[in-house]
Design a protein around this ligand. Structure first.
Ligand code: SF4
Ligand code: SF4
Length: 70
């Protein structure tokens, strides 16, 4: 069965343009499946647990996250 997940587009993601380098999209994931190790780092999704709800997509002002179907 196809499943959806969030994928960060590393060409579009610029943490330095986000407030204090903190990923708003990571904060928006209530399941904490989009993780940013430290401010100014590029966030990473958990491909096994992310269900592609899209909350992170809506929170990223640079549109750096897409929902993809695997
Ligand atoms: S995913 Fe979006 S909100 Fe998060 S660090 Fe990248 S550009 Fe900023
Ligand atoms: S799609 Fe939903 S579950 Fe997946 S990382 Fe984004 S906010 Fe979290």
């Amino acid at each position: 069965m196809p499943s959806k997940m969030a994928l960060v587009d590393y060409k579009k993601c610029h943490p330095e343009k986000c407030d204090s380098g903190v990923c708003a999209a990571a904060l928006a994931c209530s399941h904490k499946l989009l993780k940013q190790e430290a401010p100014y780092e590029i966030p990473m999704t958990d491909p096994f647990l992310c269900r592609g709800c899209g909350d992170c997509v809506r929170a990223c002002s640079l549109k750096a996250i897409d929902i993809v179907t695997m």
